[in-house]
Design a binder for this molecule. Sequence first.
Ligand code: NAP
Length: 279
Amino acid sequence: MSGSGNFPLISASRYLYLKIRMLSQTKIIQNTPVPALGFGTWDLRGSDCEKALESALDAGYRHIDTAEMYANEDAIGNVLRRTSIPRNEFFITTKVWPVHYDENDFFKAVEQSLKSLNLAQVDLLLLHWPKDEKTNIQATEYLLECFNKGYAKHIGVSNFDMVQLKQAQKQAPIFCNQVKYHPHLSRPGLVTYMQDKDLLITSYSPLKEGIAKNDKDLAEIGKKYGKTASQVALRWLVQQENVTAIPKAASRKHQAENLDIFDFELDEAEMKSLANDGQ
Ligand code: NAP
């Protein structure tokens, strides 16, 4: 995955267009560019995953979210092996599953993820879920060791609450906390804290696991801008400082729709109204 060749199936001019467009849709976190919209891969496996990812790369995605637990790192590795998109254009995240939070298993699990992904280093390595305090502290030490070994450019956590996040930060240079975050699930304290500390907030299930398309508030706002309810949900996220979103979309139609959110802006009242919880 090196050189400056074109991704197969797309012309040189489209490749350049996608590259420039992605640059303009990038968040800078601790001096690191992270594409604001990533491609979630939960529930995509085998050839379905390969097909969906090839289509997503062709549509312009360069930020890929996977995990050991998704059982699709091999499929993603196959696509990464085939593509001629340069490695430095990607932002690739994987995660360690809690059953491997002991010394023997942790490094083996990360080394296996790298092997499956066909990478020497991921951009971001996360602890997938917290466990009890003692185990989290141990796992964060192993995560730091992976960072020091060069297995990951950045390290972070997922599904950590404020107390757990602050403890991890005492031990290691935490870059990200990936959490469930979408309109009507606003997490104000955590998000403000992470923005203040210049941490990356990656929103998972940004489309409410697919049901955002039926949300009346989102649809109503979307009418004003000629956008779908799903697009308004994603726009609400990426319009916030330090927030990126990783919707999963198997179809090219949804992949393209989800990327088409950078030509409108929600106003302050709309941003506030979607932060109301419990709907
Ligand atoms: P999501 O992205 O909120 O929703 C995915 C669903 O939305 C799929 O059914 C998809 O259908 C549909 N969809 C996508 N684009 C659409 C559009 N424009 N209009 C209508 N429907 C659309 O949910 P998610 O998969 O739970 O979350 C996204 C990613 O976050 C995951 O894939 C995974 O990478 C990550 N994640 C992380 C954690 C964690 O613990 N860290 C937990 C959950 C998820 P099609 O596929 O048919 O297009």
